[in-house]
Structure formats: structure tokens, C-alpha cells
Design a protein around this ligand. Structure first.
Ligand code: HEC
Ligand code: HEC
Ligand code: HEC
Ligand code: HEC
Ligand code: HEC
Length: 176
């Protein structure tokens, strides 16, 4: 009995918290789903992938942390100190570098704060970026390709091996 009660209390608190967060946040997140985002630099994924770069070259945190991360201006300058320095979009990057300011990239894919997502377990299980983000290598600025709602997460979790699928459906896996 005592054990059941201890488990129920955080669950109810969670449900109340999640519902109130949704009332406030739901409207905004729906507005932004599948809309292209304006960015401070006209950066093209396609140009860089066609030049032979791999996703993890710039998003190396994906295999070892929750976030994939976006590269620093210093990383860009490793090449753009000498490559395409007369391109006007590259000049914008060089201006950020000279001012020692980070490029304020807008987030494209964003879950509400009450959702826990981590890239690491997904990458370690052998998924590729394209499974969730689509053909980013064909895009200029990254665009959202799927609406990353709860049903989308659960659909894929349901398809995992029967040893792990029930665990991957537990509320506290994604709402910690
Ligand atoms: C040369 C560096 C570089 C490489 C290589 C690169 N990216 Fe990116 N990526 C960026 C930058 C800069 C941004 C921020 C601008 C934007 O959103 O387009 C970004 C943004 C993204 C975003 C959107 C992030 C968000 O806010 O949700 C995704 C998804 C993404 N990249 C996936 C990929 C995939 C998949 C590959 C491989 C096919 C890849 N990237 C290769 C630099 C890179
Ligand atoms: C299982 C699905 C899945 C896979 C696989 C995946 N992502 Fe993501 N990605 C997401 C979700 C969901 C978000 C939003 C997370 C949030 O807001 O907490 C995201 C956010 C991002 C972001 C912006 C926030 C951050 O983490 O820096 C980048 C950049 C990104 N992904 C790049 C990549 C790249 C590159 C790969 C492959 C190396 C990849 N993703 C693989 C689902 C995925
Ligand atoms: C490994 C080398 C390398 C890195 C690192 C790199 N680039 Fe590039 N970039 C290139 C090459 C090669 C081109 C194509 C040049 C050409 O067509 O003359 C290019 C082209 C560009 C262009 C002009 C074409 C376009 O519209 O995309 C921009 C803007 C640009 N890069 C921004 C960035 C930013 C921002 C970063 C850091 C997030 C970055 N680059 C990192 C090699 C690199
Ligand atoms: C394309 C398939 C796919 C999608 C989409 C997906 N996942 Fe997963 N998820 C997995 C796989 C595979 C694992 C690793 C299972 C294992 O450890 O064997 C996993 C594991 C996790 C874990 C770690 C669980 C643990 O206890 O180790 C979390 C947290 C998670 N997913 C959250 C999410 C969230 C949140 C979303 C939606 C925003 C999502 N996932 C979308 C396939 C997916
Ligand atoms: C695999 C990850 C995952 C699991 C497991 C999960 N959720 Fe979610 N949940 C999400 C994501 C992502 C969102 C935000 C996007 C959305 O609103 O669909 C969300 C949103 C919600 C919302 C906001 C309402 C809505 O649909 O927008 C509620 C309430 C919620 N979850 C409750 C639960 C409960 C209760 C459980 C357990 C039965 C659960 N979730 C299990 C990922 C998950």
C-alpha cells in the first residue's frame, strides 16, 4: 500500500504540471510546427554536405550528450578564414568572428520544457539523423520535416524490441 501511494503522488503532480504547461505552451508550439525559420546567416547544409562533410563533424555532441549542438563561429572560421571570403554570406560570418560574438541561430526543432529528449540513446541504438530530421543534407537552412509530437515518439518506441518497448512507453522516460 505504502509503496503504491509513494508512486502515485509524483505522478499526479506530474500530470498537473504537464497539463498547465500545455495550456500555456501548446498554442505557441503549434504555431511554429513545420514553419521555416529565419536565420541570422544564410547557411546552406547542402553546400557543406556536397563538399564532403558529415553531420557529426559539426554536430559531434549528438553521440555523447542530450543535445546535438550547433558549431561555434571558430569552427566555421577554420575554413572561412581562407575559403569563399568574398561571398557576402561568408562575410557576415567573418563579421561575427571579428566582433567575437556567437551567431544567434534560431532553434528549428524544439520540444516543450516538460519533455526530456536526449540524442545519445538514439544515436547509440543505430538510428541516423535522417530517421528524425529528414534529408537535411538536401536543404539550405534546416527545416522541420515532422511534427515531433508525443504520438510520433510513442509510435517508434512501440516498434522497438519487446524487451524494451514497454519501458519506452513509461511517462517518466520522457516527462522526468
Ligand atoms: C558545416 C557544419 C554543419 C554540418 C556539416 C551539418 N550541420 Fe546541421 N547545422 C549547422 C548550423 C550552422 C545549423 C544552424 C542553422 C540552421 O538551422 O540551418 C544547423 C542546424 C541543424 C538542424 C536544426 C537544429 C534545430 O534548431 O533544430 C538540424 C536538424 C541539423 N542541423 C541536422 C544536420 C544533419 C542531419 C547533418 C548531416 C546531413 C548536418 N546537420 C550537417 C551546421 C552544420
Ligand atoms: C530519434 C529522433 C532523432 C534523431 C535520430 C536525431 N534527432 Fe536531432 N532532434 C530530435 C528532437 C526531438 C529534437 C528537439 C529536442 C528538444 O527540443 O529537446 C532535436 C533537436 C536537434 C538539434 C537542435 C538542438 C540540439 O540538440 O542541439 C540539432 C542541431 C539536431 N537535432 C541535430 C541532429 C543530428 C545532426 C542528428 C544525427 C547525428 C540528429 N539530430 C538525430 C530528434 C532526433
Ligand atoms: C570544412 C570546411 C568548412 C567549414 C568548417 C565551414 N564551411 Fe562554409 N563553406 C565551405 C565550402 C567548401 C563552401 C563552398 C565555397 C564555394 O562554393 O566557393 C562553403 C560555403 C559557405 C557559405 C556560402 C554558400 C552558402 O550559402 O552556404 C556560407 C554562408 C558558409 N559556408 C557558412 C559557414 C558557416 C556558418 C559555418 C560554420 C557553422 C561554415 N560555413 C563552416 C567550407 C566550410
Ligand atoms: C525513430 C524511432 C524513435 C523516435 C522517433 C523516438 N525514439 Fe526515443 N528511443 C528510440 C530507441 C531505439 C531508443 C533506445 C532504446 C534502447 O535503449 O535500446 C530510444 C530511447 C529513448 C530514451 C531513453 C530511454 C531510457 O530509459 O534509456 C528517451 C528518453 C527517449 N527515447 C525519448 C524520446 C522522445 C521524447 C521522443 C520524441 C520527441 C523520441 N524518443 C522519439 C527510438 C525512437
Ligand atoms: C516517448 C516519449 C513520451 C512518453 C513515453 C510520454 N510522453 Fe507525453 N509527451 C511527449 C512529447 C514529445 C510531448 C510534447 C508534444 C505534444 O504535445 O505532443 C508530450 C506531451 C504530453 C502532454 C501534453 C498534451 C499533449 O498531447 O500535447 C501530456 C498531458 C502528456 N504528454 C502526458 C503523458 C503521460 C500521462 C504519459 C504516460 C502514459 C506520457 N505522456 C508518456 C512525449 C512522451
Amino acid at each position: 500500500m505504502a509503496q503504491i501511494k509513494r508512486r502515485k503522488v509524483p505522478f499526479i503532480l506530474l500530470a498537473v504540471f504537464v497539463l498547465s504547461a500545455v495550456l500555456v505552451g501548446g498554442y505557441y508550439s503549434q504555431q511554429s510546427a513545420n514553419a521555416a525559420v529565419d536565420q541570422p546567416v544564410d547557411y546552406s547544409h547542402k553546400v557543406h554536405i556536397d563538399a564532403g562533410m558529415e553531420c557529426l563533424y559539426c554536430h559531434s555532441s549528438a553521440t555523447r550528450s542530450p543535445v546535438a549542438g550547433v558549431p561555434s563561429v571558430q569552427k566555421c572560421m577554420g575554413c572561412h578564414e581562407t575559403i569563399a571570403t568574398d561571398n557576402e554570406d561568408v562575410m557576415v560570418v567573418i563579421d561575427y568572428w571579428n566582433r567575437q560574438e556567437p551567431i544567434p541561430w534560431e532553434r528549428v526543432n524544439k520540444e516543450p520544457d516538460f519533455v526530456y529528449f536526449s540524442h545519445q540513446p538514439h544515436m547509440l541504438s543505430g538510428l541516423s539523423c535522417e530517421n528524425c530530421h529528414g534529408e537535411v543534407g538536401e536543404m539550405d537552412l534546416a527545416e522541420p520535416v515532422v511534427d515531433m509530437h508525443m504520438g510520433w515518439c510513442l509510435d517508434c518506441h512501440e516498434q522497438q524490441h519487446e524487451d524494451i518497448a514497454p519501458h519506452l512507453w513509461e511517462c517518466l522516460v520522457c516527462h522526468q
